[in-house]
Design a protein around this ligand. Structure first.
Ligand code: NAI
Length: 401
């Protein structure tokens, strides 16, 4: 098999090219996000596509990508790809959901101190010549209570960092989570809001988290407490927050995500929070660091390597996840098929007809497709793959080594 050809678009971090080239793959890079028509021309020459958030992989693109093996989103979101069409064509899609976890956690820590010392407002005033030297309302974060809502990857990182600065940590999560260090789990959101000097939100965007923090929850917070939201813009009811800040019930807030965000740096940003005292507004930069871009490059390149070389789909967002160690002295055959009754029987029929010795077989399915990984004696692999490929319900068959 010739080495897969990989195209990385939208200025993906150079480290991805470096890692994939070291693996013997041919890698080309583009700095822009190709249009649909451009992409259709381009994919004719590539087996693997790496994109970021601006390149749309539509059904039309996929229909014209005869030999596309996999797609990698070098970012968190994957809604720029038609995931179900990709799945039905046997194309796993990977992303990098946790490469920027630490970056978000560090921003939250910085914001706690910034809010406690009113850094945003004092900085703005100093820039226009106003000297506001006063200790009134300025506090250390040491000894205060931080309430973390959503104790997942980011929430738990914030927990560890905050404790090391002397904060007490409480958290609330809908799933039972192991408290790290001395953190204490709360039984309800209300309980957390009542005791926290800082409330930081780290929940996903779901119907349950929509408007999770509204007038009632803000009223339940301690007077002068601070709110931080670097999760998703839908989680906080912004007009209610403005009201709580203006009435001086809430001491300040730091908001990184908004219900409506500009689509690019060229668009104007408008929010009712602009101009309100002790409010830090940032343009969704929680995860935007050079280290995170580097880590994303490594993470998706590694997913490509594992899929192309050993058939691992672990972490794929639209595909049954299979992760098997390499079996020495055998060849590995991959088959994606429509998940209909009797397919496995047909495949096994071909195996016994060929007299092939199966050293290992693993099947993972979802409601639409089945992903079968088989380790067979090398002398049988190619011919068997050819026969399996001919089955009417086979979508894609490949020998990886
Ligand atoms: P995660 O999936 O690791 O953790 C989320 C946690 O929230 C889970 O433990 C889950 O059980 C919990 N949860 C879900 N619904 C809940 C509810 N109703 N009440 C309480 N807990 C609930 O996610 P991760 O990686 O920690 O990300 C958290 C958020 O941060 C996501 O919304 C993500 O989109 C956002 N994010 C923002 C970035 C930025 O640039 N500002 C960058 C990266 C992520």
């Amino acid at each position: 098999m010739t080495a897969p050809r990989i195209l990385l678009v939208e200025n993906i971090h150079e480290v991805a090219k470096q890692k994939l080239s070291e693996e013997g793959f041919h890698v080309d890079m583009l700095s822009h996000a190709p249009t649909e028509d451009e992409l259709i021309q381009l994919v004719a020459n590539y087996d693997v596509l790496g994109i970021r958030s601006k390149t749309e992989i539509t059904k039309k693109v996929l229909d014209n990508s005869k030999h596309l093996l996999t797609i990698g989103c070098f970012c968190i979101g994957t809604n720029q790809v038609d995931l179900s069409v990709a799945r039905e064509k046997g194309i796993p899609v990977f992303n990098a959901p946790h490469s920027n976890t630490r970056s978000v956690a560090e921003l939250v820590i910085a914001e706690m101190i910034a809010l406690s010392r009113q850094l945003g407002d004092r900085n703005t005033k100093a820039h226009v010549g106003e000297w506001v030297k006063s200790a009134v309302g300025s506090k250390e974060v040491r000894g205060k209570t931080l309430g973390i809502v959503g104790y997942g990857h980011i929430g738990s990182q914030v927990s560890v960092l905050a404790e090391s600065m002397g904060l007490k940590v409480v958290f609330f999560d809908v799933i039972k989570k192991l408290p790290l260090g001395n953190a204490v789990a709360m039984h309800s959101l209300e309980e957390l809001l009542k005791v926290s000097d800082f409330v930081t939100l780290h929940v996903p965007e779901t119907p349950e988290t929509k408007d999770m923090i509204g007038a009632k929850e803000l009223a339940a917070m301690k007077k002068d407490a601070h709110l931080i939201n670097a999760s998703r813009g839908t989680v906080v009811v912004i007009p209610a927050l403005v009201e709580a800040l203006k009435s001086k019930h809430i001491g300040g807030c730091a908001i990184d995500v908004f219900p409506e965000e500009p689509a690019s740096n060229k668009e104007k940003f408008v929010s009712p929070l602009q101009g309100v005292a002790n409010v830090i507004l940032t343009p969704h930069i929680g995860g935007s660091t050079e280290e995170a871009q580097y880590a994303i490059g490594i993470e998706v390149a590694e997913s490509f390597r594992r899929y192309l070389k050993i058939g691992s789909t672990s972490g794929a967002v639209n595909f049954p996840n299979v992760d098997l160690p390499v079996k020495q002295g055998t060849s590995r055959l991959l088959n994606v098929h429509r998940n209909e009754p009797g397919v496995l029987g047909e495949i096994n029929g071909l195996i016994s007809k060929a007299g092939a010795n199966i050293e290992g077989q693993y099947l993972s399915t979802d409601e639409r497709i089945g992903y079968l990984v088989m380790d067979v004696h090398s002398s049988h692999a190619k011919a068997l793959a050819g026969e399996i490929e001919k089955l009417s319900r086979s979508i894609r068959t490949r020998v990886v080594y």
